[in-house]
Design a protein around this ligand. Structure first.
Ligand code: S3P
Length: 425
């Protein structure tokens, strides 16, 4: 896929539903009572794996429209065992391991090559403490879970900031003997907590910890999924980089634990405005407008990494166009994503003409307020790297060829078409 340079991005768009919330709506809907209607559901590779998983384990899921589902709950302990292929979806694999811990039956959880190289002991270890039998394959998938109907509640301090691990423990905690508390080294996205609260579970949320009480039943009812901020991010970055741009993204999720990129862009001097802020089932939603201005260098600190973890590749690209030296620190978790995103970004952007050096935990980028030359980037099977290549292409002098571009369908099918609809050449 070749992305040619853009003269400008302008207009009004909406992006597909939030991936994290879409996964959770199906998982919690399946564990709930009665019907859960999901509107704005993300139809993408990762979230389809979650629908297929719940069907395999005994929950009925009706596709009622392109972006609507009805999930028929089987109750908190109602799943039966089986083999689930999680595909590329880290969120599904981590969360379903927590769900399976409190069910009866045997659960064999597999994934593609990328997912099978990602760490699973971080989830297995706390679930074993709760009383589940969890076997990993040398720390990775395939994972086999033998659930327990007598899980013990735990107080657990996460060694790494991970919303996926936190969520796995909280979901197991729904079927445990008492109150389960997870302490986080840094605040991470809290969609699980918010959805559990909306479903009637007693949840205590604090800045760096969360407690759930065992639940008699979940009543999820209806979920209105906002647009995915992480899917809006490449569009925002492109508009921030291409002179003359003026773009508005409507109905996008603005959960403060997801919008670290807005703070970083603001520090870089970007011209941003947020309108129509509102709350939908505990989640903040609004419209974001961005207009092009020249950017300055920025420092991203370890504490803010979880608030923009999936947007950090875009920060490296923004920094390549921002006058001065930028640094991203504390982002070593990027080495454990769909690919090693620190190396993928360094190699990819350097090949396009950026001055970027990797560190064990991030990058140092020397930015120049001018277009990069362009060239070729290998997405390495990682949807976020493919989207990075597309944004880099729009902002380049000669365009960017993306190898493995179709991988965007993991989180954002229709990405290239939506992008083209706001590009002027
Ligand atoms: C996610 C959490 C993050 C994020 C991932 C989705 C989630 O991962 O990178 O894309 O839905 O909980 P970690 O929690 O492992 O950092």
């Amino acid at each position: 896929m070749k992305i040619e340079p853009a003269a400008q991005l302008s207009g009004h768009v909406a992006v597909p539903g939030d991936k994290s919330i879409s996964h959770r709506s199906v998982l919690l809907g399946a564990l709930g009572e009665g019907e859960t209607r999901v509107r704005g559901f993300l139809r993408a590779g990762d979230t389809q794996a979650t629908v297929d998983a719940m069907r395999t384990l005994g929950a009925r899921v009706d596709d009622v429209a392109e972006d609507q589902l009805v999930v028929h709950g089987v109750g908190l302990r109602g799943l039966h065992g089986g083999t689930v292929d999680c595909g590329n979806a880290g969120t599904l694999l981590r969360l379903i391991t927590g769900v399976a811990a409190g069910q009866t039956g045997r659960y064999e959880l597999t994934g593609d090559d990328s997912l099978s190289s990602r760490p699973m002991e971080r989830v297995a270890e706390p679930l074993r403490r709760m009383g589940a039998t969890v076997e990993t394959t040398k720390g990775h998938a395939p994972v086999v879970v033998e659930g327990s109907d007598s899980l013990r509640a735990i107080d657990y301090e996460l060694p790494v900031a991970s919303a996926q691990v936190k969520s796995a423990i909280l979901l197991a905690g729904l079927n445990a003997s008492g109150a389960t508390t997870v302490v986080e080294p840094k605040p991470t996205r809290d969609h699980t907590e918010l959805m559990l609260e909306a479903a009637g579970v007693r949840v205590r949320r604090r800045p760096t910890s969360v407690t759930v009480e065992p639940a008699g039943a979940l009543r999820v009812g209806e979920v209105d999924v906002p647009g995915d901020f992480s899917s809006a991010a490449p569009l925002l970055a492109a508009a921030a980089l291409v002179p003359g741009s003026n773009l508005t993204i409507h109905d996008v999720g603005l959960n403060p634990r997801r919008t670290g990129l807005l703070d970083v862009l603001e520090r870089m001097g970007a011209h941003l405005a947020v309108f129509n802020r509102r709350r939908v089932a505990g989640e903040q939603v609004g419209d974001v407008q961005i207009q092009y201005t020249e950017l300055g260098a920025v420092e991203v600190t370890p504490d803010e990494v979880p608030l923009l973890v999936d947007e950090l590749p875009l920060v490296a690209l923004l920094a390549s166009h921002a006058r001065g030296d930028s640094i991203v620190r504390g982002a070593e978790e990027l080495r454990l994503k769909e690919t090693d995103r620190i190396d993928a970004v360094t190699d990819g952007l350097r090949a396009l003409g950026a001055r970027i050096r990797s560190r064990p935990d991030g990058w140092i980028v020397t930015g120049v307020p001018a277009r990069l030359k362009g060239g070729r980037i290998d997405a390495r099977g990682d949807h976020r790297i493919a989207m990075l290549g597309a944004v880099a292409g729009l902002a380049s002098r000669q365009g960017v060829d993306i190898q493995d571009a179709e991988t965007v369908a993991i989180s954002f099918p229709g990405f290239f078409e939506l992008l083209e609809s706001v590009v002027r050449r």
